[in-house]
Design a protein around this ligand. Structure first.
Ligand SMILES: N[C@@H](CCC(=O)N[C@@H](CS)C(=O)NCC(=O)O)C(=O)O
Length: 241
């Protein structure tokens, strides 16, 4: 049995897609980020970085104690190994898939994440970071557009690389991006979105209509996500060690 510790954001959504695609037996432990349960020491034992998603496999590859994993890209690689699916066998394609997965983890997710932060959560709107990260968000869609003129999927066949990118493309409406501007990306988005597993997994992830763009947080919610409560959770770990 696998426990997915997740929330309704793109990084959790990727893993939900992979679990739906593979049919691996699992249960979802759902978190509400605004409440801060992911900051507790109990969750810190699963993910010392105290971010979601995380996964616990009670019957891990290789046997032994339950295995706790974090970082959605690492989780996708693990599930690909466990299921023997969605990571191509041919070395060239496998490494192409891993390359696009790493690109998602290092670029698409973090840069779009910053665009979401400055457009949707920043209490004092500031033109410079908005321009910086929305430009970068657009540039990354240009990169995807170029790749998808060469192949229908990022590693030619549908893989964990597509699963990693798709939820972030879906969330881009909330930062005022219209994927119709990128026709190849839009065609890929529709192709992946038409898969039954992707539809099933979509039920656990929030859709972000553009209209819901700016979020006004309470002081407590802000502290959990970006302020003292977030900082003190990890500091407690280092004080105890
Ligand atoms: N690189 C990590 C990012 C994890 C991450 O930042 N998750 C967000 C939700 S998508 C989170 O847990 N935020 C909670 C917080 O910032 O306190 C991954 O891909 O798993």
């Amino acid at each position: 049995m696998i426990d997915l510790h997740g929330c309704d954001t793109p990084n959790g959504h990727k893993v939900a897609i992979m679990l739906a695609e593979t049919g691996l037996e699992h249960r979802v432990v759902q978190y509400n980020l605004f409440e801060g349960r992911h900051l507790t020491s109990e969750f810190g034992a699963i993910n010392p970085n105290r971010r979601l998603p995380a996964l616990v496999d009670h019957m891990p590859i290789g046997g032994g104690e339950p295995l706790a994993l974090f970082e959605s890209g690492a989780i996708l690689l693990y599930l690909a190994e466990k299921s023997g699916r969605f990571l191509p066998d041919a070395p060239r394609l496998r490494h192409t898939a891993v390359t696009w997965l790493m690109w998602q983890m290092a670029s698409l997710g973090p840069q779009h994440g910053q665009a979401h932060h400055f457009l949707r959560y920043c209490p004092q709107p500031d033109a410079y970071p908005v321009q910086r990260y929305t430009r970068e968000a657009r540039r990354l869609f240009d990169v995807l557009e170029t790749r998808l003129t060469q192949a229908d999927y990022l590693a030619e066949e549908y893989s964990i690389a597509d699963m990693a990118c798709w939820p972030w493309v879906r969330a881009s409406r909330a930062i005022d991006m219209d994927i119709a501007e990128w026709p190849r990306l839009k065609a890929w988005f529709d192709r992946v979105g038409a898969r039954d597993a992707v539809k099933t997994a979509g039920a656990v992830a929030a859709d972000h209509p553009a209209a819901a763009r700016h979020m006004t947080l309470t002081a407590e919610q802000w502290s959990v996500l970006f302020g003292d409560r977030m900082l003190s959770a990890v500091r407690e770990d280092s004080a105890m060690s």
